[in-house]
Design a protein around this ligand. Structure first.
Ligand code: ZN
Length: 307
């Protein structure tokens, strides 16, 4: 069984303006370097068109109408101070969601073992009613809802190892105990949420705040609690909000992971996934803003996924 990477070139037309850290070079670098792996265990696919009603599972209808009208005919439009859209963003944002939906279908149908979505914009800061932090649609939240709705799953886990708290994903699932949302993140830090006391309505949120300066061994110690919680929950499917900005070279945060730590982290998640949910895992890109660190870290993540 293989690993499938989902991507498409529409991300190139999601223009966030000059000097923006969340730019198309991120995904271009990832794709170029994954191709260099020349692995026979890696296959490539494009996102598919999906029924846009699935966006309503994660977002408020008014919000979706506003987003639909926000894409400019030319130039840029600001949804918040740092969430910027351009004409091409309309297609790119839908394709980012379409990639996780296609990846989920492929894993559920056993077309491949697991998948990684190399897409942008990211999604985990997008709340039910609010665009935020470079994110428009919450890709992974739509994916989790899709698993519940389309495949009638009862328990889906999201592990978010991006260095920022996924306030959007937490917001969407705060009252939904079919989804366990787990986040490790620098705290206190952007976006401000993610204290350990934020636990969800039925203890279905686990926040692991990390101090600035956290080193690899401390990070992995913190993951012991995460793995314990995951084992108790017994998910039928695991989704990964794969941000690589906890890397020591990332310019947007101060956690000190090495590139190879993403191999170890992924491996540990996959060992549990094998035990808990028949290895059903789909990962989607969130942050990661140093191109070299991002490229190396994603390569390690994929090396683990294809093993
Ligand atoms: Zn981030």
């Amino acid at each position: 069984m293989k690993t499938c990477v989902f991507t498409t070139n529409t991300y190139l037309n999601h223009n966030t303006g000059p000097g923006h850290p969340e730019n198309s070079d991120r995904v271009t670098t990832i794709i170029k370097n994954l191709k260099l792996l020349k692995s026979t265990k890696l296959i490539w696919a494009k996102p598919k068109k999906f029924d846009l009603k699935y966006l309503e599972l994660a977002h408020d209808k008014n919000y979706l109408n506003n987003v639909n009208n926000c894409f400019p005919e030319d130039g840029l439009n600001f949804l918040d101070g740092d969430t910027i859209v351009s004409p091409g963003s309309k297609e790119a944002t839908v394709d980012a969601v379409g990639s996780i939906i296609a990846a989920i279908d492929g894993v559920m149908n056993k077309d491949f073992r697991n998948a990684f979505c190399a897409v942008r914009p990211p999604g985990h800061h997008a709340e039910k009613k609010k665009a935020m932090g470079f994110c428009v649609y919450n890709n992974i939240a739509v994916g989790a809802h899709y698993l519940l709705q389309k495949y009638n799953l009862l328990k889906v886990a999201i592990i978010d190892f991006d260095v920022h708290h996924g306030n959007g994903t937490q917001d969407i699932f705060y009252n939904n105990d079919k989804v366990l949302y787990i986040s490790s993140h620098q705290y206190p830090y952007y976006p401000g949420s993610g204290a350990s006391g934020e636990k969800g309505i039925k203890d279905n949120i686990l926040n692991i705040p990390l101090d600035a300066g956290t080193q690899s061994h401390q990070f992995f110690n913190a993951y012991d609690n995460i793995f314990k919680k995951l084992q108790e929950f017994k998910p039928e499917f695991i989704l990964l909000s794969a941000g690589f900005d906890a890397h020591k070279d990332d310019p947007l945060a101060q956690i000190n992971l090495e590139s190879k730590d993403y191999y170890t982290l992924t491996k540990r998640i996959l060992v549990l996934a094998k035990k808990l949910c028949d290895e059903k895992v789909v990962s989607i890109l969130e942050g990661g803003y140093d191109l070299n660190a991002l490229k190396e870290s994603v390569n390690y993540h994929i090396k683990s996924l294809i093993e």
